[in-house]
Design a protein around this ligand. Sequence first.
Ligand SMILES: CCCCC/C=C\C/C=C\C/C=C\C/C=C\CCCC(=O)SCCNC(=O)CCNC(=O)[C@H](O)C(C)(C)COP(=O)(O)OP(=O)(O)OC[C@H]1O[C@@H](n2cnc3c(N)ncnc32)[C@H](O)[C@@H]1OP(=O)(O)O
Length: 194
Amino acid sequence: MSGTSPALTPPADAVPPVRHPDAPAPGELLGAHYGQCFGCGDDQPHGLHLQARAGEGVSITAEFTVRPAHQGAPGLAHGGVLATALDEALGSLNWLLRTIAVTGRLETDFVRPVPVGTTLYLEAEVTAVSGRKIYSTATGRLGGPDGPVAVRADALFVEVKVDHFVHHGRQEEIRAALNDPDQVRRARAFEVNP
Ligand SMILES: CCCCC/C=C\C/C=C\C/C=C\C/C=C\CCCC(=O)SCCNC(=O)CCNC(=O)[C@H](O)C(C)(C)COP(=O)(O)OP(=O)(O)OC[C@H]1O[C@@H](n2cnc3c(N)ncnc32)[C@H](O)[C@@H]1OP(=O)(O)O
């Protein structure tokens, strides 16, 4: 069974996404938006270490190899971990729009079991934008970029101001993010549609 709820169907006034002129070129790695991010952070030992690469338009690709720590059933990836990988891939698209946005809704179809040791080939793209709402879709394939689909997701991200994090985040991490010596990551956190 699969399908997308009406909440993830773009409204009639939605427009196609516009790639920001300063977005990384197709083929370029996006890098982590935050070192401690569970999805992409280089400094997060428990994380998925997803590395997204810019594609054409507003799309990315990424690879995620399922490790023993990601199991749910014996020898198989936990569904929540797979949803996290999809969420992270979808979240990274916002950097190509130069918009800061958070996941409002994420609907995931688990189509095939994903064994430990498998590399999931992820592809994600923004399909439409309506005001603060960003509609996107992603797939994860087994064995290669053209392999069978194992997981897919549709999502709605909602644009927020940096204040969202300053207001809701724990102070010690906010302070550390403000002092991040990595200029690209700082720009990613603080540049809102310049
Ligand atoms: C100083 C240090 C800063 C450091 C920053 C560092 C890095 C920043 C860069 C990027 C990082 C961003 C994210 C992380 C990246 C990747 C990780 C993956 C992504 C995530 O893991 S991210 C975490 C999980 N995520 C949340 O933690 C969100 C919690 N949540 C909220 O914070 C609010 O809920 C919010 C903001 C979503 C909306 O709240 P709000 O008050 O601003 O807006 P409102 O409710 O009016 O919604 C506006 C329009 O969206 C529609 N809408 C809203 N929610 C909907 C839903 N669920 N289903 C269908 N439609 C929905 C409404 O229906 C309305 O539609 P309409 O305009 O048509 O009426």
